[in-house]
Design a protein around this ligand. Structure first.
Ligand SMILES: Nc1nc2c(ncn2[C@@H]2O[C@H](COP(=O)(O)OP(=O)(O)OP(=O)(O)O)[C@@H](O)[C@H]2O)c(=O)[nH]1
Ligand SMILES: [Mg+2]
Length: 207
């Protein structure tokens, strides 16, 4: 049976910024997190999903989000905006810091239920993307791939771009790629279905 959780998106709000685990929210609501290269469109996607213009800060300068931002959605789940990886123009020491922030969250956060991995539909996934994907697989995380900036390519190219992404990441056939645009909102309903249609809500609210 498919469960549809009734979420009041008007009651979505920024809750807290964190770097270390002791700063994460202290409750056990399910969490959905968003990973991807800097500038891929994570914050824009979160805004689109939540019907907001600027709840998640869309940086004018890529690579600015150096912290984890937790968005509380109707006291039922969190969206977790992780720092972007693979941004070339930051010093090596800082890159290490980011890697640590991302990995610590992904490894330690028990209530993390699903990872949404974003790649830009226009480009082939980079070695960072391939590594991130291998890592998610090895860690046996539940994840789905979203191909962002769909509005930037012609319709006729969609199929070929999706199969390129699938083959470079070596995705298993049962892993979904959802084409998405924060401009046109295409893919939004499909991604919400993917996020909500899950047993973790049954566990948290109906057991
Ligand atoms: N045309 C188009 N532009 C987009 C889309 N999504 C994001 N952008 C643009 O891409 C840039 C980066 O978007 P962000 O949402 O800030 O990306 P991010 O992944 O959060 O970046 P970091 O926080 O640096 O990791 C911004 O200029 C956005 O307006 C999209 O679907 N279509
Ligand atoms: Mg961002």
């Amino acid at each position: 049976m498919k469960l549809k959780l009734n979420l009041n998106l008007n009651n979505a709000r920024f809750e807290i910024t964190a770097v270390r685990p002791e700063q994460y929210p202290k409750n056990d609501l399910p969490e959905i997190t968003f990973v991807g290269r800097s500038n891929v469109g994570k914050s824009s996607l979160i805004n689109t999903m939540l019907n907001r213009k600027n709840l998640a800060k869309v940086a004018a300068t890529p690579g600015r989000t150096r912290v984890i931002n937790f968005y509380n959605i109707d006291d039922k789940l969190y969206f977790v905006d992780l720092p972007g990886y693979g941004f070339a123009k930051v010093p090596k020491t800082m890159k290490t810091g980011w890697k640590d922030i991302i990995e610590t969250y992904l490894i330690e956060r028990k209530q993390l239920k699903k990872v949404i991995m974003l790649v830009d539909i226009r480009h082939s996934p980079t070695s960072d993307d391939v590594l991130m994907h291998e890592w998610l697989k090895a860690m046996r995380k539940s994840y789905v791939v979203v191909a962002t900036k769909l509005d930037k390519i012609p319709r006729t190219k969609i199929k070929e771009r999706i199969s390129d992404i699938r083959s470079i990441l070596k995705l298993e056939d049962d892993v979904k790629i959802i084409p998405f645009s924060s401009e046109t909102r295409q893919g939004r309903d499909e991604l919400w279905d993917e996020i909500l249609d899950e047993s973790y809500f049954v566990e948290s609210y109906f057991s």
